[in-house]
Write a protein that binds this ligand. Structure first.
Ligand code: HEC
Ligand code: HEC
Length: 417
């Protein structure tokens, strides 16, 4: 038997009126008791945390935001599966790799500058305007949490263990109207991702080094130099590594978009259909990019913070190791057979995840991917290793499992924004 939500609200109201908020409400269900035993008012972010971890908001009853955005994996997928399982029976699959949710609070709104360069927005293609708006897709998508409608989500919210607390935070009638309740839900999830320190700890070894509180090893320093060198890695051109003018630590993304021409990921079930193509920015639903063919095949520059904790890389998860991800940049055009399959006539099918008419959008001008077959790659094998070692310094302290390396604690580093 479940106690009715109305009864719980009534109890909550009576308790708060009586001024004994700390008393445990009687008649809590086992599920609700395990989530939170008190009816003390939560902050929006704390409420958002409960929502983020609540599997009862999915049609399957087995998936929450945290299932795909695991805090122990930098709030990204905790596995190497290309396309996460989801759906009412957990038998559907996703179509893109799961990005880390860390450091997203610094993402600017989507916009196109005077030179026509798009930047900002959420998702690999920038389709969502805000963190709150973004939440709608996973909750409703048939291959994710698979609720049939906003009403179905709100219905589950009304039965959630924390429904009374939701009403305390957003108002007694906040769950009455579906659209209003859904807006509050998005707001709570956004507040959690913006306010909770776990989403932007700035506790990596690199942060400690920038604050003068840790040393980078010789290998890591060489890697950093290659990362910044405009004639070698040139990574910082899109993944900035220097502190901002206002002293804010670097985010390792400039929030722009680029077409890298990755190989098609044949492990993604959706790609069994040869007609399926993921064109990214020009199919994000935004009118500007939709009208501009040059934006097809472009995806958002992700942060490289915590990139060493990932098991799949790039929007389609096609590359399965960090070393290969770095090697791809410098060997894509010098050694294309390492990355692409051969077509029917035995010719290497470069950029095979994009229709031929969009191949011209692939960036072949900028260092490091400006080489031709026969030329030496911008980085040799040892330099790739150095660069990878440097990327490991971008892992937040809570995710570093290597006990040997001296790592800063969260308390010793406070360069936050
Ligand atoms: C089944 C796996 C799955 C679940 C469950 C899921 N997500 Fe995601 N999430 C993804 C994938 C995949 C993407 C990339 C989507 C894209 O680019 O179109 C993503 C993207 C995002 C982004 C944008 C990241 C960026 O780099 O801009 C945010 C924010 C986000 N999810 C939050 C949430 C929240 C909040 C929930 C729960 C309501 C949730 N996700 C549930 C898989 C999931
Ligand atoms: C011209 C801009 C640009 C430059 C230069 C650049 N990147 Fe990127 N980087 C991107 C974009 C865009 C993506 C996402 C592309 C996609 O998924 O389709 C990306 C993705 C990545 C990823 C995958 C991250 C993830 O979460 O899956 C890694 C790793 C990476 N870059 C490392 C590097 C390194 C190392 C260098 C230098 C050798 C570099 N990048 C240079 C634009 C750039």
């Amino acid at each position: 038997m479940k106690s009715s939500p109305r009864l719980l609200i009534l109890i909550a109201i009576l308790l708060s009126l009586a001024g004994c908020r700390k008393a445990e409400p009687p008649a809590m269900t086992a599920a609700s008791a395990s989530v939170n035993q008190s009816t003390a008012a939560l902050s929006k972010a704390e409420l958002g945390r409960l929502i983020f971890h609540d599997v009862s908001l999915s049609a399957s009853g087995r998936q929450s935001c945290a299932s795909c955005h695991d805090p122990g994996h930098a709030h990204a997928q905790p596995n190497a599966i290309a396309g996460q399982p989801g759906g009412a029976a957990m038998d559907q699959r996703g179509t893109r790799a799961v990005p880390s949710l860390r450091y997203l609070t610094f993402t600017p709104a989507f916009g196109i500058d005077d030179e026509g360069t798009p930047s900002g927005g959420f998702n690999w293609d920038g389709s969502a305007d805000t963190l709150a708006a973004q939440a709608e897709r996973p909750l409703l998508a048939a291959n994710e949490m698979a609720n049939g409608s906003r009403a179905a989500v709100v219905d589950k919210l009304r039965r959630a263990a924390y429904a009374a607390q939701f009403r305390q935070v957003y108002g007694e009638r906040s769950l009455d109207d579906v659209d209003t309740a859904f807006l509050h839900l998005g707001d709570a999830l956004e507040r959690f991702q913006r306010d909770a320190p776990e989403f932007h700890p700035f506790t990596s070894k690199y942060d400690a080094w920038q604050a003068g509180k840790a040393e980078l090893s010789a290998v890591e320093q060489r890697g950093l130099k290659l990362f910044n060198d405009e004639k070698k890695g040139n990574c910082a051109a899109c993944h900035p590594s220097a502190k901002a003018d206002d002293g804010r630590p670097p985010l390792f993304t400039d929030h722009t978009y680029d077409a890298l021409g990755l190989a098609r990921n044949r492990l993604l079930p959706v790609n069994a259909d040869p007609a399926h193509v993921d064109l990214g920015l020009c199919k994000s639903g935004r009118p500007g990019p939709a009208a501009d063919d040059a934006q097809c095949g472009k995806f958002k520059v992700p942060t490289l913070r915590n990139v060493a904790t990932r098991a799949v890389f790039f929007h389609n998860g096609q590359i399965a190791s960090l070393r290969d991800a770095v090697a791809f940049y410098v060997r894509r055009d010098t050694h294309p057979a390492e990355w692409y399959p051969k077509d029917g006539r035995g010719k290497v099918a470069k950029y095979d995840d994009l229709p031929a008419r969009h191949h011209k959008n692939v960036n072949v001008d900028e260092v490091p991917y400006d080489r031709k077959p026969g030329q030496a790659p911008r980085l040799n094998a040892a330099e790739i290793d150095d660069l990878v070692a440097f990327l490991h310094t971008l892992t937040d302290a809570d995710l570093v499992t290597r006990a040997a390396a001296p790592m800063p604690t969260g308390a010793s580093v406070k360069p936050g924004p």
